[in-house]
Every structure is written in structure tokens, then in C-alpha cells.
Design a protein around this ligand. Sequence first.
Ligand code: NDP
Length: 332
Amino acid sequence: ARKYVLTKHFQGEPKKSDFEIVQEELPELKDGEILTEAEYLSVDPYMRAYMIGYKLPTVMIGGQVAKITASRNDKYPVGGYVAGYFGWRTHTICNPNIPAKGALVPMYLLPDISPYPVSLALGVLGMPGNTAYFGLQEICKPKAGETIAITGAAGAVGSHVGQIGKILGCRVIGFAGSDAKCEYLEKELGFDRAFNYKTVNIQKALREGAPDRIDCYFDNVGGEISSAIMNYMNKNGRVAVCGSVSSYNDSALPKVTIVQPSIVFKELKVEGFLVNRWIDRWNDGINANLAWLREGKLKYEEKVYHGFDNMVEALVGMLRGENLGKAVVKVK
Ligand code: NDP
């Protein structure tokens, strides 16, 4: 078994030299335990942000989809698949009856997601999918005919949020980091407009893309673009603050335009959330997204990196925006 141990706190972009890959012998299984082998590991923006608070050295955090290869637990038979926050490890021994400390979401057996690949349990049928499903609907509460703006729009969460917006009958505009991503959002996913935030004038894009201004803003990136969008919102607009990936690699806080006057005078509702708020309804989110997939209403893309040795490249690549949809690593 192999695992990544983080030995140095990240400075700027994560680096290979921040980690040590450690080989370990695993003990015999005890009653109730299972042994799993990772097939797909997830790379997510939160990994860059969360590790700041950890005491080092520690095993790098993260979710994975793994196959059960040995079992002393009748409810978890060999050959089954689990989604778990085991960290960056190839093999894991755990007792499913004892919740792991610090796991974002407790481990669970994958439901039948055929004909789709098990990797989707890290994306559209997993944590990012539920972030989109609950975050948009529970925080923004969009009504048909309203306009939704999304930043980080071509990523795992953003691309999914936009499609739910269209299913709900809203006008959807997105901001993403390349012309190719914007073309995909408009042509493949049905976004009404998508803009390359690296090249457009944001004010002009907002006037053009959202002539009736914005009622709901799903904020994945933070920073100046978020201030511009919030200052362009309608009265009683709702903002779901999901993440702020634009600043995860920076040590200095960005300078941004003040938004408090807009929040006050337009009576905006601004709410941050963590997706595990809806842990009791986790399967409802997965089942709803699965039904939309099967009905052809929801599309997904994956950027698949290959090999356990390339975890750091994958994490850095995702943070640089190499991914369309969900970034995952196929372990073998
Ligand atoms: P993505 O698949 O969207 O990947 C990250 C993307 O961030 C990149 O593809 C890149 O796209 C974009 N990005 C990188 N740097 C910048 C920048 N400086 N400005 C704007 N965009 C940038 O990741 P996820 O969908 O997994 O996550 C999206 C957001 O949601 C993150 O902020 C994450 O932390 C948050 N999140 C929050 C959860 C919660 O419970 N609150 C749960 C899951 C995710 P581009 O080419 O467009 O720049």
C-alpha cells in the first residue's frame, strides 16, 4: 500500500516536494473491517484551502472510489464499491460501522449507477453533484424566469449548477477561463451566455448577458468578479457562497471592490454553506441527479489524469483550470 504524506505546508501552488510517498504494510483484517483498493482518487479545490489548518506531517486528505478486495463485514461484500474520505492512499482498511474522524461525508456503498462509470461518484453523482443540487436550490431558491450567474462555470460544480438552472426554467450566464470552455457551456450545456473572464470586460459582459440583471449568484471563485456580479444584482437577490478558488493559491488577500452597500440597499441574501449540511438527504441528491442523467437532461465531462504518482500534477492542473467538468485520477 502507498500513501501521500504532506510534510510541508503549501506555499503558492502545491509542489511534489511538499509530499512524501510512503510505502506501508497493512495488518490482517479484524472482525467488521474491510480492505479497499482505490480505483479513482478525487482532486478538489478544498484540498488546497483546508490543509492550511492541519498539523504536519499528515496523510493528504481526499475522497476516492474504491473496490472492496477483502471483507470481514457481511454488509460490505468483496467486489462492491465504496465512496470514502480515505485520503491519498492506494489501499485502506476501515470498519464501516465506526465513522472516520474528520471525514467530510461518511463512507458509503455506491448505489447502482449503471450504465455510468463508478468515477461519477466523485463528481456529478457525488459531493460536487450534491453541492450543485442542494446549494443552488436550497440557498438561491431560483424561480423560473429569473437570471442566475455562475463563476467557475465549466468546473464540476459550476457546470452542474447551470444545467439545473436551465431545468428550472431560468436564464443562465456563466464565467469560465477559456473560449473553448465557454463554447462548451453554450453549445453543449445550454447556458444562455458564457464569458471568458480572462479576456472580457466584466461590466460589459454582465450588461450583455443579463439584460434583466441577476437574481441568483452561485459564487465558486470569490475575488473581484464576485464583487462586480453582486453590485449588478436585483433587489432581494440571493448569493450562494460556495467557494473562493481564485485566492486558494495566494497568501495575500486580494483587493476587491466593497459589496456591503449593495447587500444593504438591495437587501441581498448572502449565505455560505458546506455541502455536508444536507448529509441526511445525501441519497436524494444522488438519485435526483442520476434521474436527470438517465433522462438526458444533465451532461457531464471528466478530466481524467492517470497514475497514483501523478496526484500532485492533477491537483495543480485542476487549480490551473486544465479541467472541463470534474478532475479525477485513475489510480492504475
Ligand atoms: P472545478 O472543477 O471548478 O475546478 C476548479 C476551477 O477553478 C478550475 O477549473 C478553474 O477554471 C477555476 N479557477 C482556478 N483559478 C481561478 C481564478 N483565479 N479565478 C477564477 N477561477 C479559477 O472545482 P469544483 O467544481 O470542485 O469546485 C468549485 C468551487 O466550489 C471551489 O471554490 C470549491 O472550493 C467549491 N466547493 C465547495 C463546496 C462546499 O461544500 N461549499 C463543495 C465542493 C466544492 P477556469 O478555467 O474557469 O479558471
